[in-house]
Design a binder for this molecule. Structure first.
Ligand SMILES: Cc1cc2nc3c(=O)[nH]c(=O)nc-3n(C[C@H](O)[C@H](O)[C@H](O)COP(=O)(O)OP(=O)(O)OC[C@H]3O[C@@H](n4cnc5c(N)ncnc54)[C@H](O)[C@@H]3O)c2cc1C
Length: 414
């Protein structure tokens, strides 16, 4: 399979994203400085209709698939990586709900109430509702099978209790896809880790703890949860889907991040080229005066840019291949390998490229408040977002050995 071009409707969505880029870019430094949720960026996303990108047309959305999402997210990341990362969380929720095949959902036991809830949530996204993802806990990290937040039946619905340590957009979004384990399930039993769609607001106390190196404007604060939710908040309408879906259909949990970090890497190349072209320096031995673009006359500097260009192009092609396969053959073992390849290459490429270009640009890349300095910090997060590069590599190595990536190793990815 080769990376297909985006369809006509998807091209419109990419153009809509492109129109937002200058506005996102203009605000990015202030949001980064304050580690503040980008409220104005989300107002723009809402007005552009892009929150409904993955929502079927019958529910008021664009009806786009993974391939289109990738191009939109890469574009948004060129304006603000943190806003693109928040958009990725929203896309993971809406994309997974919109694209999990109905017959598979029915085979797994999904009741009619699930399809009604799915349509309601997706229609709201097309109307501007924004969603996040809450998996990570202090001790579990992003390992779904280890989460300790619990759910138990209460009246006609459920009560959820626990603590999530990192959640992008916590306190700013309409609802959160949240992983929890059945209160009466043994800690080691991952068959009863389930997803709930938990409304923002009552029962959710956000803690202002987020002050990281990069991706600061995701405002990924933690929260404590003690909330009653209706029965149809249980995603899929059946317990125990979270770990199953992570292994079977990993694209929205794995490759959606990849799009953001390919975008970060592309932005780093573009910004380094702009910076080097503008830089006035005495870099060409014997030149009597400093000249604009002098550093671009150095072969070593150009070679760093060229190597970065090739690395980014390779990461983007692998991402497009993974996306095309996720649309055409979701859940196939070969699709899933491409999904892990794309996350591994995107995370590693973003940080390698940003670090190398920082050396090409010198202190210009390290001066606080500069675009390259922010991209360098943002790029560092890619390899450690779930699944971390080492985990992706382990999954791929296990598959290359002909072993089962789910059961073939001692330490499981999820
Ligand atoms: C910018 C940003 C935004 C985020 N937003 C969200 C969000 O919206 N929702 C959310 O739920 N989480 C979010 N996270 C959290 C993210 O999912 C965690 O960083 C991730 O879960 C890993 O947890 P940890 O960093 O504590 O690493 P740990 O779990 O402490 O792991 C440390 C290292 O150990 C290795 N390791 C861990 N597990 C394995 C394994 N199974 N096999 C092999 N090696 C392993 C890896 O190298 C890993 O990097 C966000 C993180 C960042 C940086």
């Amino acid at each position: 399979m080769t990376a297909a071009p985006v369809a006509a409707g998807a091209a419109e969505a990419v153009a809509a994203a492109e129109r937002l880029v200058p506005r996102l870019a203009e605000r990015a430094a202030a949001h980064d400085r304050d580690a503040a949720f980008p409220v104005a960026d989300f107002d723009d996303l809402r007005a552009s209709g892009l929150l409904g990108l993955l929502v079927p047309e019958r529910l008021g959305g664009w009806g786009a698939g993974f391939r289109a999402y990738v191009d939109v997210a890469v574009k948004l990341a060129s304006g603000s990586p943190a806003t693109a990362l928040l958009y990725n969380m929203h896309a993971s929720v809406t994309g997974a709900l919109a694209t999990v095949p109905e017959d598979l959902a029915r085979q797994l036991g999904a009741p009619e109430s699930f399809f009604a809830m799915r349509d309601r949530v997706l229609r709201a996204a097309a109307g501007g509702a924004a969603y996040g993802v809450a998996i990570t806990e202090r001790e579990a990290g992003s390992r779904l099978s280890a989460v300790q937040t619990t759910y138990a039946r209460e009246g006609a619905g459920y009560r959820l209790r626990g603590h999530k340590s990192i959640c992008s957009g916590a306190g700013h979004l309409d609802a959160y896809l949240l992983a929890a384990r059945a209160e009466d399930a043994p800690a080691s039993e991952d068959g009863r880790v389930s997803y709930f769609l938990v409304p923002g607001g009552r029962g959710l106390s956000v803690e202002d703890t987020w002050d990281p190196l990069g991706m600061r404007a995701t405002a990924s604060n933690g929260f404590t949860l003690d909330a009653a939710v209706p029965a149809d908040a249980l995603v899929g309408g059946v317990e125990g889907l979270a770990v199953l879906l992570a292994y079977g259909l990993p694209q929205w949990l794995v490759a959606s991040y990849a799009a953001v970090y390919v975008g970060v890497a592309e932005a780093a190349v573009a910004e380094a080229a702009r910076y080097l072209g503008d830089r006035v320096a005495h870099a060409t031995g014997g030149s009597p005066s400093a000249t604009r673009g002098a550093l671009t006359k150095l072969g070593a500097v150009r070679a760093r840019l060229g190597r970065a260009d090739a690395q980014v192009a390779a990461a983007r092609l692998v991402l497009q291949e993974a996306a095309a396969r996720a649309d055409a053959a979701p859940g196939e073992p070969e699709t899933n390998r491409w999904v892990y390849r794309s996350k591994l290459l995107a995370g590693d490429t973003a940080q390698d490229v940003a670090a190398s270009l920082a050396e090409a640009c010198g202190l210009g890349a390290l001066r606080r408040g500069g675009v390259l300095e922010r991209l360098l910090r943002d790029a560092r997060s890619g390899a450690l977002m779930p699944p971390p590069s080492d985990v992706c590599a382990d999954v791929l190595g296990t598959a290359a050995l002909g072993l089962d990536p789910v059961a073939g190793t001692d330490v499981r990815p999820w």
